[in-house]
Design a protein around this ligand. Structure first.
Ligand code: PLP
Length: 399
């Protein structure tokens, strides 16, 4: 279908390919072609497609109860919140439906934290260049990406954007009006750029020094993606609060804020809310996702297969120095950097034609985000397609 025939709003440069069904790490399009899925709905299908345990949880709950509102206690929500706090620094969880909602709530949490302490003037949030926090008015202001702000009126007030990885610039941006530092431990859309572990530790120390909150965007990097439950664990730090989404529902729309008791002190009855967030259907699926991710040995398996993937990519890069410039990321959140002669999006189209689905990111990166259930044999299959595509690549392909 051409764009002029579509009744769907023109906000995406959509491929005409339509997916029909999925199973594990594979997808089939409506023409019956099979693809190896190494983008997983942008890190959403954490357990691949049609995982039997998730299908059962969803269908069992579907015949029982979908929605009740947060005016009633939701037992599966209590259970999931308890499990998330047991597997994190946090004491409290707020459920919502997407990453951007989790980020909005996280920013509100940071502002209220100081307001209830008698410091409503502390509302500003220091953010970093290359960040992506979603598409709401506040989160596009937070990330300060000109492309996403253009034409949407004055940017929401209260964000100070500094260069990523630069501690001096960050400290200089902290003022008596600062409430928090907000950062992705590994930038996703910005190009799979990991924050140096020492940088993350220095951010924690700066937040403590100035009495402000360290709030992290783990929408993409959380829920086991890097081989740890949360990416910040690699730095050995504890944030005050985080936003997460994407993989947490395994494909069911879901997000969450996790916070310490202290950081959440401002969010009292009536101060924040959601109609759909944490409804029984979402909570049933969310618990099913955690049954798998939190099972003994699962995260260790992600870390192991991630290391295998990393090594295979290193070999691939060494073999094709004209096509690839390097690799970065952690666990199953890998970014293959294209050389200056190769346009990532063109290469991604060629990979798709060869049966491998990936997604682009900033800085000419190909994002590789397979489902966490991926096995070494699938990695070999993906690397073979990357190798074949790179071997066939010539400068003219980029014209
Ligand atoms: C995807 C993403 C978001 C936004 O999540 P949505 O569910 O699309 O609103 C925010 N932050 C990061 C790091 C993301 O990857």
């Amino acid at each position: 279908m051409s764009e002029s025939q579509s009744a769907v709003m023109n906000t995406y440069a959509r491929s005409p390919i339509a997916m029909d069904r999925g199973e594990g790490v594979y997808l089939w399009d409506t023409d019956g072609r099979r693809y190896l899925d190494f983008y997983a709905g942008i890190a959403v299908n954490a357990l691949g497609h049609a995982h039997p345990h998730l299908v059962k949880a969803l269908t069992d709950q579907a015949g029982k109860l979908w929605h009740t509102t947060n005016l009633y206690t939701i037992p599966d929500g209590e259970k999931l919140a308890r499990r998330l706090t047991e597997k994190s620094f946090a004491d409290r969880v707020f459920f919502c439906n997407s990453g951007v909602e989790a980020l909005e709530g996280l920013i509100k949490l940071a502002r209220r934290y100081h307001a209830v302490d008698g410091h409503p003037e502390k509302f500003r949030v220091v953010t970093v260049e290359g960040a992506f926090h979603g598409r709401s008015l506040a989160t596009i202001a937070a990330a300060n990406n000109k492309k996403y702000l253009d034409g949407f009126g004055p940017a929401v007030e209260g964000f100070d954007n500094v260069p990523f990885g630069n501690m001096n610039a960050l400290r200089d941006a902290i003022s008596p009006e600062t409430a928090a530092i907000l950062i992705e431990p590994i930038q996703g859309e910005g190009g799979l750029r990991p924050g140096a572990l020492q940088y993350l530790r220095d951010l924690r120390a700066a937040a403590d020094e100035f009495g402000i909150l360290l709030i992290l965007d783990e929408v993409q990097s959380g829920n086991g993606r890097t081989g740890k439950m949360w990416a910040h664990e690699w730095a050995g730090i504890e944030p005050d609060a985080i936003a997460t989404a994407k993989g947490i529902g395994g494909g069911f729309p879901m997000g969450a804020i996790l916070a310490t008791e202290k950081a959440a002190r401002g969010l009292t009855p009536g101060t924040h809310g959601t109609t759909f967030g944490g409804n029984p259907l979402a909570m049933a699926v969310g618990n099913a996702v955690m049954d798998v991710i939190l099972a003994p040995g699962f995260l260790e398996g992600v870390e192991k297969v991630g290391a295998y993937f990393w090594n295979r990519l290193e070999d691939l890069i060494a073999k094709h120095p004209k096509v690839f410039a390097g690799n970065r990321g952690a666990g199953l959140m890998q970014g293959l950097v294209c050389s200056a002669d190769v346009t990532n999006l063109k290469f991604i189209d060629a990979l798709r034609d060869n049966g491998l689905l990936t997604v682009g990111a900033g800085e000419n990166v190909i994002r590789l985000l397979p489902p966490l259930i991926v096995e070494e044999a699938h990695i070999d299959e993906a690397v073979a397609i990357l190798d074949k595509t790179a071997s066939a690549w010539s400068v003219s392909d980029d014209a």
